[in-house]
Design a protein around this ligand. Structure first.
Ligand code: ACO
Length: 332
């Protein structure tokens, strides 16, 4: 069974905020942000919601794949910033699309969320195909969607300048294996919960009559240098393992589509893998770090630029809070 991405889509908010715009709000500058991160602009939700962005990206992905929402078997949404606790984002999307035959639930693995959801969807579809009489022709919609701006402390210049809002989606289809081995060929996930404090955001505390605690609202807090060290060590290791699993050498890979957190991290990973930066497309300059949305937005951007052809060998990789890291290798 081949697990093939057959459509992609993305949606970002209208409001574009430049580094100079932020420099008028707080003690920061375009020079500082660009030199440390490579980020120039980000999109911030004003009227938009996580659900609305997710639905927009999903409609594009379904149209691109030529799939009707009613034919979906599964919807997985990766997010850390759903609009509400209940119901989950995937159920909201399922309702909005009218995908009545799809099971829908969320995955929270922060900036690795889309990768964890994609791999989970592939394993779920494989299982579904194996235990149902009609076999193949099963389809999942995998979404990464965030409005991170709502969990940022806009008085903390060391975090709020890094992030942006947006959504990306991909349609994953289970297709009978032919002579060609297309689709997902390798997948590796890693988790290091013992170091979760490095990048975190507390939920609201218990708040019943027996536990009257007063706590200020919580926002994202990050030890940037520790995250940097984790990323530049773990991402290349995880990619190597996934590429080995796929039976490829690093030189066989045409494109490395990595979570867009920081240009220096991308450059360091490229150097450690001994691969040229031309194989590492970048759009963090335009969108900032959109957490679970960054990999599917980049995938969609790169496809729209015509950089992916049938047979292209692609690595998708994410890393983030948890700490988590994931890499998937696929043949387009
Ligand atoms: N503008 C101007 N100055 C700033 C800003 C800002 N926006 N933010 C921090 N500074 C100042 C600090 O106050 C500090 O000043 P001081 O020396 O007077 O104390 C100085 O700049 C250096 O601060 P550091 O935090 O040490 O800056 P660093 O060089 O480590 O860069 C950064 C910070 C960009 C976050 C870096 O650590 C990094 O790249 N980390 C990787 C993690 C990452 O990219 N995370 C993004 C999200 S996580 C994820 O997606 C998985």
């Amino acid at each position: 069974m081949n697990m093939v991405i057959s459509g992609t889509g993305s949606a970002v908010p209208k409001l574009l905020v430049t580094n100079d715009d932020l420099g008028r709000l707080m003690d920061t500058s375009d020079a500082w942000i660009q030199s440390r991160t490579g980020i120039r602009n980000r999109r911030l939700a004003v009227e938009e919601t996580t659900t609305g962005l997710a639905v927009g990206a999903s409609l594009e992905a379904l149209a691109d794949a030529g799939i009707a929402a009613e034919d979906l078997d599964l919807i997985l949404a990766a997010t850390v910033t759903p609009d509400q606790f209940l119901p989950n984002l995937a159920c909201e999307v399922q309702g909005a699309l009218g995908a009545s035959g799809a099971v829908a639930f969320d995955v929270n693995a922060a900036c690795s969320g889309f990768l964890f959801a994609l791999d989970t969807a592939a394993l779920y579809l494989k299982n579904l195909c194996e235990r149902t009489p009609d076999g193949a022709d099963r389809t999942a919609l995998v979404i990464g969607a965030e409005t991170l701006s709502k969990i940022m402390d806009w008085n903390d210049r060391s975090t709020c300048v890094l992030f942006g809002d947006g959504a990306g989606a991909a349609v994953l289809r289970a297709q009978p294996s032919g002579s060609e081995k297309r689709g997902i060929r390798g997948m590796v996930q890693r988790t290091d919960g013992a170091r979760g404090g490095v990048l975190s955001c507390r939920n609201r505390p218990v708040n019943h009559p027996y536990a009257k605690r007063q706590e200020p609202p919580a926002y994202v807090s990050m030890d940037g240098q520790e995250v940097y060290r984790f990323a530049v060590r773990t991402v290349p290791e995880t990619i190597r393992e996934a590429v080995d699993q796929a039976g490829f050498s690093m030189a066989d890979i045409d494109l490395f589509l990595l979570h867009q957190a920081n240009l220096r991290i991308l450059e360091s990973v490229a150097k450690r893998l001994k691969q040229p930066m031309e194989k590492f497309p970048v759009n963090l300059d335009e969108y900032g770090n959109t957490s679970a949305a960054s990999v599917p937005i980049l995938l969609d951007d790169v496809r729209k630029q015509g950089k992916i052809k049938e047979g292209s060998r692609i690595v998708l990789a994410g890393f983030g809070a948890g700490l988590t890291c994931g890499a998937t290798v696929l043949v387009w």
